[in-house]
Design a binder for this molecule. Structure first.
Ligand code: SAH
Ligand code: SF4
Ligand code: F3S
Length: 482
C-alpha cells in the first residue's frame, strides 16, 4: 500500500497541458483520422463530435498518427503556453508530412479561431483551419484540400449547438461521460480569450440533452457531467431557441439550469449527475436546493474565484467581490453541508496585483479551504480587455513566486480536506482499475474525491460503499464494506 500511495501523484500545481487522443474505431476500410485534443473538457467533447461527423463520411479513427491520412489538432488558446505546446506539436507533425506529403493536417478549436488564416500563411504545413462552430463543414473543407486548395472556416455561429449529433464515445471508460449543454460565453472576464474563440453563449435544446443522457444510461454509463463555460446561465426557451418551428416534440417551456439539472437527475436514481463550470455571480439557491433534493446530483461545485481581492476582481470584470464569494461559500455549506466538495481556479500576478492583494488570495483560501484548485500565473492574451486596457506589469518571477505560494497552501488544504474524509464510509462509483495497480480499483465519491481500494470481485460501473482509512493530498484509500 505504501508503494501505491507514493506512486500516486500529488496535487498538480499548474494544470498540465492535457492531451487526449481518440482511439481506434471503424470499418478498417475508410480513410484514417487521428485527432489530438488540448485544453478543456469542452474541446475533448468537441473532438467526439468531429469524429462523429467524419464517421458518417466513412472515416475511421486511429490512435497512431503514423497510420493516419488526416491529422487534426484540436487546440487551446487559454494561455500562451498552451499555444506554444501546439506549435511544437505542429513541427513534429511537419516531419511526418515530409515523409508522407499527401497527409492532410488541420488545426481545429480555439487557436484556429484566434489565428484564422494566419495559421495557413505562417505555418506552411497546415492545410485546413476550422473554428469551434465550423465542424459540420469539415467534409466540404476536406474535399477542398483534396482538390489542392487550402481550406478555412472560422465563422462563429449564434445558434450552433451540435444538438442533433451523437458524439462517438471513443476513449471512454464506459462509465462516465461528458455532455455539452451550451457553447460560447457572454461574460467578458478581462483576462480571458474564450469569448473571442468560442463566440456568443447559446444553450442546447434540453430534450436533446435528456435523450443523450438517457441513451448513455441505457448503454451502461452511470455518470454524466454537464458542460459549459458558465452552466448557471443556461437558459433555453422554445420561442427563442426554436424559431420557425411551430410544433415540436419534447419540452415546450423555458428551462433554466436548476430545472435542467432536476430533469437529468430524474432519468434514473443510479445515474450520477455532475456539472462544470459554475460562476460565483450566477449560481443560485435554486441550483443548490435542486442539488440537495436529488441524491444522485453529486455534492461538488467547481466555483473559480480567480483572486481574493475585490479590486483585482473588479479589474478582472468578474462581477463579484471577495465578500460576495465568501457569502456564496457560506450558502453552499448551509444548504449542502460541510462535506460538499468545492474547488477553484486562481490566477496570480494579474495586472497591477500588489503583494498585499496577493496575500488576500491566500487569506481567502484559508477561509474557504478548497478541496482542489487549478492554479495559474497570468498570461496576457492578445485582444482581451486586459491586453487592451491594462498593463501586464507584474514581473514573471513575481507571478511564479506567488503561484508557488498558493500551490503550497492548496496542497496543505487538499490534505486537510482529505483527512476529514478518513474514517468515514463513502458511496463510490467504480470507474476502473487503479492507474498504478491492477489489484486495486478506483472511483470517486459524490464530492469528486478519488478513492482507491482492493479489487476483490468488484467491477467498474458498480456502486460500492468504501470505508476510507488513509489518504494523501490527491487520493483516499479504503476498503469496501458490505
Ligand atoms: N469558464 C470558466 C473558466 C474557463 S478557463 C470560468 O469562468 O471559471 C479556465 C481557467 O483558466 C480560468 O478559470 C482561469 O483561472 C484560467 N485562465 C483563463 N485565462 C487566463 C489567462 N489569460 N492567464 C492565466 N490563466 C487564465
Ligand atoms: Fe472566460 Fe470568464 Fe467566460 Fe469563464 S466566464 S470562459 S473566465 S470569460
Ligand atoms: Fe482552451 Fe478554448 Fe477550452 S481556449 S480552455 S480549449 S474553450
Amino acid at each position: 500500500m505504501r508503494q501505491l500511495i507514493d506512486d500516486i501523484s500529488f496535487v498538480e500545481g499548474e494544470m498540465t497541458d492535457q492531451v487526449k487522443v481518440l482511439s481506434d474505431s471503424g470499418t478498417g476500410k475508410g480513410r484514417k483520422l487521428y485527432i489530438e485534443s488540448y485544453g478543456c473538457q469542452m474541446n475533448f467533447s468537441d473532438s467526439e463530435i468531429v469524429a462523429s461527423i467524419l464517421r458518417n463520411e466513412g472515416f475511421d479513427t486511429t490512435s497512431d498518427p503514423n497510420q493516419a491520412d488526416v491529422v487534426f489538432l484540436n487546440t487551446c488558446s487559454i494561455r500562451d503556453k498552451a499555444e506554444q505546446t501546439v506549435r511544437n506539436r505542429l513541427s513534429q507533425i511537419n516531419a511526418l508530412k515530409n515523409k508522407k506529403p499527401e497527409l492532410l493536417v488541420g488545426v481545429l478549436g480555439c487557436m484556429a479561431e484566434r489565428l484564422k488564416t494566419n495559421l495557413l500563411e505562417e505555418e506552411k504545413i497546415v492545410d485546413l483551419v476550422a473554428g469551434p462552430d465550423a465542424y459540420r463543414d469539415l467534409p466540404r473543407l476536406i474535399s477542398q484540400v483534396d482538390e489542392g486548395e487550402r481550406a478555412v472556416n472560422t465563422f462563429l455561429s449564434k445558434e450552433e449547438t451540435y444538438a442533433d449529433i451523437a458524439p462517438v464515445r471513443l476513449n471512454s471508460n464506459g462509465v462516465t461521460a461528458f455532455i455539452s449543454i451550451m457553447r460560447g460565453c457572454d461574460n467578458m472576464c478581462s483576462f480571458c480569450v474564450v469569448p473571442f474563440t468560442r463566440g456568443r453563449e447559446r444553450s442546447r435544446d434540453p430534450q436533446s440533452i435528456i435523450n443523450e443522457a438517457r441513451t448513455l444510461f441505457e448503454n451502461g454509463y452511470r455518470e454524466v457531467t454537464l458542460l459549459g463555460q458558465n452552466v448557471d446561465s443556461y437558459k433555453w426557451s422554445p420561442e427563442e431557441n426554436n424559431k420557425g418551428l411551430l410544433e415540436r416534440k419534447g419540452i415546450n417551456q423555458v428551462i433554466n439550469f436548476a430545472q435542467l439539472l432536476g430533469l437529468v437527475a430524474q432519468i434514473h436514481p443510479d445515474l450520477r449527475v455532475r456539472f462544470s463550470t459554475s460562476h460565483p455571480k450566477d449560481i443560485t439557491d435554486e441550483v443548490l436546493f435542486t442539488m440537495a433534493r436529488h441524491e444522485n446530483i453529486c455534492k461538488y461545485i467547481h466555483l473559480p474565484v480567480q483572486s481574493g481581492n475585490s479590486r483585482i476582481l473588479e479589474l478582472m470584470n468578474r462581477g463579484y467581490s471577495r465578500q460576495w464569494y465568501l457569502e456564496k461559500i457560506k450558502r453552499i455549506r448551509e444548504i449542502l453541508g460541510e462535506d460538499c466538495g468545492i474547488s477553484s481556479d486562481m490566477i496570480t500576478g494579474f495586472c497591477s496585483e500588489t503583494e498585499a492583494e496577493h496575500r488576500e488570495t491566500l487569506s481567502l483560501m484559508d477561509e474557504v479551504v478548497f478541496d482542489f484548485a487549478y492554479m495559474f500565473h497570468y498570461s496576457e492574451r492578445p485582444g482581451t480587455l486586459a491586453a487592451r486596457k491594462l498593463t501586464d506589469d507584474v514581473p514573471i518571477e513575481v507571478k511564479k513566486k506567488r503561484l508557488n505560494k498558493i500551490i503550497n497552501k492548496q496542497n496543505e488544504h487538499s490534505l486537510l480536506r482529505n483527512k476529514q474524509a478518513v474514517g468515514k464510509v463513502h458511496k463510490v462509483l467504480i470507474e476502473g482499475e487503479s492507474k498504478r495497480s491492477a489489484d486495486y480499483l478506483q472511483g470517486r465519491n459524490s464530492a469528486n474525491k478519488v478513492i482507491v481500494f482492493p479489487k476483490e470481485n468488484f467491477e467498474k460501473g458498480q456502486y460500492v460503499y468504501v470505508r476510507v482509512h488513509d489518504c494523501t493530498a490527491a487520493t483516499l484509500f479504503g476498503k469496501v464494506v458490505s
